[in-house]
Design a protein around this ligand. Sequence first.
Ligand code: NAD
Length: 343
Amino acid sequence: MKRYEKASDIKVGVVGYGGAFNMGKHHLESMKAAGMTPKAVCEVDPARLEVAGKDYPGIETYSKVEEMLAKSSVDLIVLITPHNTHAPLAIAALNAGKHVVCEKPFAITTAECDAMIAAAEKSGVMLSTFHNRHWDGCVLNAVKQLEAGTIGEIFRIEVGMGGYGKPGDWWRSSKSISGGILYDWGVHLLEYSLQLIKSDLAEVSGFAKIGYWADQTKWKADTNEDEGFAVARFTNGKWITLRISAIDSKPSDKFLTATGTKGTMSLDWNAAEIVQHKDGQTVTTRIPHPPGEGQKFYNNVAAHLTTGEALVITPQWARRPIHVLDLACQSAAKGTAIKATYK
Ligand SMILES: NC(=O)c1ccc[n+]([C@@H]2O[C@H](COP(=O)([O-])OP(=O)(O)OC[C@H]3O[C@@H](n4cnc5c(N)ncnc54)[C@H](O)[C@@H]3O)[C@@H](O)[C@H]2O)c1
């Protein structure tokens, strides 16, 4: 792979400059902070393309990816678009010889991930996914507690988020575009969990409750499931459960609970709550999270492309949570557990 002399030689472009969370600007600023040079924006919505032009005077603007790939000298393209576009846009950019970072989820199916990885290998370019939350304070805290043996040997992780309400009227609530209810926060929660359970994936079962919101409101034909649930079983006998719900009347503020032989650790957004048994007493301790270090994502990408530093979020790592979700969707449709292809 070509090495750049310095980070500022890496010219970067984003595809998608959406208004929901202003993620295009967030990415360009983070890449700038890592020393790289913003060069181009591609966005199909003319109003958002105009915003990008105002945010970055003089930046190249394109309304079609094909035009950007043909005309721009960008080295690295970041895809910040709806989930079902990640694989086709990534493959087009990789085939054009560009390095690619995809927003999460990497893709929707394992087969898409495989095709993306093959395209990157063929072109000899970098492929990664924006798992900046790999360095969230909560997971940094959890890893540290586990390494210190605070809850003994971990054997189960339960992750989940929920609420009760009609999903928003946007692409995120359309299953054919989003991949389903598990593909938004579910990917982050799995990526946290896979850092904590160090074992090979064996099989996945998935369950989906479908149709309450669609039936109630008749507002959308292609609605996400009301609730998705997955059980991932690992070869060492440990397991992860994932639950994302739009029909949960009593959601918990704890989004991750890890149960170990010596205690239980639950994470909310402020702290890790550890419950242990000492001398017949139940002891609860709250350990505040350290600050997040998400900037490390683009710092690592820049170092990888300049000095050859090992890429932290490899495409093979990014494929793991997608493989779990893909198998969960297949399992929910078939009503049986599905064996894993990838560890
Ligand atoms: N890492 C995080 O914490 C985080 C946070 C928010 C969103 N995301 C992810 O970012 C991605 C985008 O989400 P968003 O909230 O920015 O959505 P959004 O709807 O605000 O923006 C998506 C934009 O992509 C544009 N677009 C669609 N197809 C395009 C194409 N072919 N070429 C150019 N532009 C195109 C749309 O016009 C839209 O402006 C998703 O994968 C989402 O899951 C990640």
